[in-house]
Design a protein around this ligand. Structure first.
Ligand SMILES: [Fe+2]
Length: 448
């Protein structure tokens, strides 16, 4: 899947930049427009997978732009997400009235924006490849249903009766058929029968729509194999939801997969964190070390303007950086005195052991470099890979600063912890030899 194309419509330059940096984690190709009219023009001349728009803008506001986008066949299927500081229920309602797919209040943007955009992109990508055939003799209903489905991104075909639908079905295999019952030339009953007889078509979900008086007939259609029925007049939204549901076995599987990944990550993280705690319990001198490092790392990363998502990964990775010590024998880990050469070699295996523990867990893939490279030195003499300078992943460089500081200030079997000022002085002395200068500078800044 290529990177999604997102159009940001926002009149404030500084907000444009904030939104852009917020969207970094989505890896989208981003275009910017300063007002609704320019947004509309761009949407008509280029292809976009999603439009993120402010409401209050000069020349044309976001609501008017959304309305016009939804009225135009060429642009109506582009999902529009409104991001606005107008946060009353009535504002939100107006957004949905003009056809927005979501309305995110600016005050909630940090929490909701990325998830909302990801969900909508995911869904619209799925819809884009789905063809819905709508059969009804009423042009008004056809138009209504067609518009509703097209706005949600589906490809829609229409036919005025069963016979015309069958003609279309000779060349095209839709993913779902929605049909009226009472129609001239060929009614819905016959259409359903003919479709059922054809093994190439019989697996396509068939939705019946008809007036209340036909309820009994509709039920009998369900017995015949129709997937569902809708009583007219129905809300188009209901129809879209039903269509999504019926089409969504695959979508549901994808969603379930994602949910599974998230819950697996949580569960794994839970057990690995308790593993890390168990490790610390073995060694009273390092108790709280992972948590301290994690806390410092987050502050340094914030000072270095790392994105929220990355900070979350960093927090996890930093908390697990010494996980591999679980594979280092007590006699060595708790030794009261200098390590011999061989013992040192064994001890220096801990980043590799930690990374090997995490390797089989797909959801924790991103944190592995932090664990593996937290003992590399900026001058290239660290371990395990002797990476040098900026070849060391930035997250490992940040973790190394926090790790060094916490180690210096904590009591060890062989020495008392240094006071803050002394530890900071030592950190400054190894800036550039052991530690990344940028990370040290950011650290010294937060330590004031
Ligand atoms: Fe370590």
């Amino acid at each position: 899947m290529t990177d999604p194309k997102i159009l940001i419509v926002e009149d404030s330059r500084s907000l444009q930049n904030i939104i852009k940096s917020r969207l970094k984690s989505i890896k989208a190709e981003i275009t910017v427009a300063d007002n609704g009219e320019s947004g509309l023009q761009k949407a008509r001349s280029q292809e976009f997978d999603l439009i993120l728009s402010d409401v209050d803008m000069p020349i044309m506001d976001g609501l008017e732009m959304c309305k016009q986008l939804k009225e135009d066949v060429a642009t109506r299927s582009i999902p529009v997400v409104i991001l606005s500081s107008m946060e009353r229920d009535s504002d939100v309602e107006k957004g949905f009235e003009v056809g927005a797919s979501a309305y995110v209040p600016k005050s909630m943007a940090e929490k909701l924006l990325i998830g909302t955009i990801e969900d909508i992109l995911h869904k619209s990508f799925f819809h884009k490849n789905k063809i819905v055939l709508v059969v009804d003799d009423s042009k008004t209903i056809l138009k209504l249903v067609e518009n509703g489905l097209a706005k949600s991104g589906f490809q829609v075909l229409t036919a005025l009766n069963g016979k015309k639908a069958l003609d279309l079905l000779k060349n095209i295999k839709p993913d779902i058929i929605i049909s009226d019952l009472d129609m001239p030339v060929m009614n819905g009953f016959e259409l359903c029968d003919r479709i059922n007889e054809n093994p190439k078509l019989s697996k396509i979900p068939f939705i019946v729509m008809s007036a209340n008086s036909d309820r009994a007939s509709m039920r009998s259609m369900v017995e015949k194999g129709a997937a569902a029925y809708l009583v007219k007049p129905f809300n188009v939204e209901q129809l879209v939801i039903l269509t999504e549901k019926l089409l969504s076995t695959q979508f549901q599987l994808l969603l379930k997969d994602r949910e599974r990944l998230i819950s697996e990550r949580k569960a794994m993280l839970g057990s690995i964190t308790s593993l890390a705690h168990a490790l610390e319990a073995r060694d009273p001198y390092t108790r709280g070390h992972s948590e301290n490092v994690s806390r410092f790392v987050v502050s340094i990363a914030e000072a270095m303007n790392v994105s929220k998502n990355d900070i979350q990964t960093l927090r996890i990775g930093a908390g697990l950086h010494d996980l591999g010590k679980i594979g280092i024998p007590d006699s060595l880990l708790l030794k009261n005195g200098q390590l011999t050469k061989i013992e040192k070699k064994i001890f220096e295996q801990h980043p590799v052991i930690g990374s090997n523990i995490l390797q089989p867990i797909p959801s924790l893939k991103e944190v592995i470099p932090i664990v593996l490279h937290h003992h590399e030195r900026f001058d290239g003499t660290g371990y395990p890979s002797q990476l040098k300078g900026k070849k060391i992943p930035i997250w490992s460089r940040i973790t190394a600063v926090a790790d060094t500081y916490d180690a210096l200030t904590t009591d060890r079997p062989y020495r008392k912890g240094f006071p803050k000022e002394v530890a900071l002085q030592i950190i400054l002395e190894v800036r550039e030899s052991q530690l990344c200068p940028d990370c040290v500078d950011a650290f010294l800044e937060i330590m004031g």
